[in-house]
Design a binder for this molecule. Structure first.
Ligand SMILES: C[S@@+](CC[C@H](N)C(=O)[O-])C[C@H]1O[C@@H](n2cnc3c(N)ncnc32)[C@H](O)[C@@H]1O
Ligand SMILES: [Zn+2]
Length: 387
């Protein structure tokens, strides 16, 4: 395998050379490296640094006592960065022999032999055998086949990437139902739908292990969703956590939504505003996506580091921190189009909603979207004032 050297953060790595005209998905390279995921890894470094400092101080541990595993490591770039840039104890696993050999070379290249353990094997076998403070699942496509083992292994934090956005967002409905045991809807807030379907799946997988989750920071960015979850072992905590699971009822005619908490719950099948038939999504996570205090710790970490995607990362975390904690967003362009009015600057709309006594914020999901605690009628009344 021919390789080239790349630098992310302050870590070097050998990665396979992929011919420029060849999509990564059908790449002949035997080890996977996706430069598009640098932002994801920059954020991971900041999140895991913030979190490791937190548990080290709570439990009076040294950073090197904290264990992290990337169970699907490929070139190892993610875990190499965590070992070098955070300084915790890292395990890198992959079942591919070429990946294993490349991880070894990359570990030596960065002089990280003391900090990194390398394992050649099936991720699920490793995660059912060993427990780690922080478990990272970063697969091709859906993470669902690793979640049971990951939920077993994670002591303090679970970090999960999903790149199967079509099943998650309802574009490939049956695949979503098979993988996530939930019905997603392909609506204007499909990116948030995908994130909440994934979180609902993880909360139920953790509950089987009598573990509760508290989302620290979760985002949907281009072709993937990513979640960082604080984990606590507690049957009662898991019961409480499941209270955040429920359904969204969505009217396809007027775009009105209502949320319904619980697994066995009655959901009206007619829209409360226009009387049209509604569609139902779920079970999914209706609880918070971010911990605002923790977002500040991520920002501190981002700001003091040399990172290739720093500016983008800071912007994303800021947006998430300020996002209103309600389960769905509205798309301003779509609503304006329905009303036959032209779109207005987002800041003006948010200001007007606040003036009318509502809470309102931008979202990280898209530049034209906003969140508010106003109902659909309140939003439409506000928009009509700009006619
Ligand atoms: C998307 S890549 C990982 C990318 C890496 N985490 C990063 O940040 O660059 C997924 C990797 O999982 C490995 N893999 C797939 N199924 C596996 C399994 N059941 N056990 C161990 N490794 C597996 C593949 O060989 C591949 O290298
Ligand atoms: Zn309606």
């Amino acid at each position: 395998m021919s390789t080239r050297t790349i630098i992310e953060g302050c870590t070097q790595a050998l990665v396979p050379i992929v011919p420029e005209d060849q999509p990564l998905s059908i790449s002949l390279a035997s080890v996977f490296y996706n430069p598009e995921m640098e932002l994801n890894r920059d954020i991971s470094v900041a999140v895991i640094a913030a979190y490791s400092e937190l548990i080290a101080s709570h439990k009076e541990l040294n950073l090197s006592d904290i264990t992290y595993v990337d169970a699907l490591a490929a070139s190892g770039i993610r875990g190499l960065r965590i070992a070098k840039e955070v300084g915790i104890n890292v395990t890198l696993n992959d079942w591919n022999q070429d990946a294993h050999d490349l991880i070894k070379k990359n570990t030596e290249l960065n002089k990280l032999n003391e900090k990194i353990k390398i394992n050649l094997g099936n991720a699920n076998v490793l995660l059912h055998k060993e427990r780690y403070n922080i478990v990272d699942i970063d697969p091709f496509g859906s993470p669902t086949t690793y979640l049971d083992a990951a939920c077993n292994s994670a002591i303090n934090m679970l970090a999960v990437t999903a790149t199967d956005t079509a099943p998650l967002c309802g574009a490939h409905l049956n695949s979503g139902i098979r993988k996530y045991g939930a019905v997603p809807l392909n609506v204007e807030y499909h990116s948030e739908m995908g994130l909440r379907i994934l979180l609902g799946r993880i909360a139920r997988d953790l509950a089987r292990h009598e573990k509760a989750m508290h989302p620290l920071f979760c985002h949907a960015t281009r072709h993937y969703v990513r979640a960082y979850l604080d984990i606590k072992k507690s049957a009662k905590g898991a019961d409480k956590c499941l209270k955040n699971i429920g359904f969204i009822s969505h009217c396809t005619k007027c775009s009105c939504r209502s949320v319904h908490y619980g697994l066995a719950v009655s959901i009206p099948d007619k829209c409360g505003v226009c009387g049209h038939q509604t569609n139902i999504a779920g079970p999914l996570w209706l609880g918070p996506l971010h911990d605002k205090g923790f977002c500040n710790s991520i920002l501190e970490q981002l700001n003091k580091r040399e990172l290739g995607k720093k500016e983008h990362a800071v912007k994303l975390v800021e947006l998430c921190k300020n996002e209103l904690d309600v389960p769905t967003f509205y798309d301003q362009h779509l609503l304006s189009k329905k009303l036959g009015i032209s779109a207005i600057p987002m800041e003006e709309l948010l200001k007007e909603l606040v003036t009318n006594g509502f809470e309102a914020s931008r979202t990280h999901f898209s530049g034209t979207s906003f969140k508010t605690n106003a109902g659909l009628e309140g939003i439409l009344d506000t928009l009509r004032r700009f006619r």
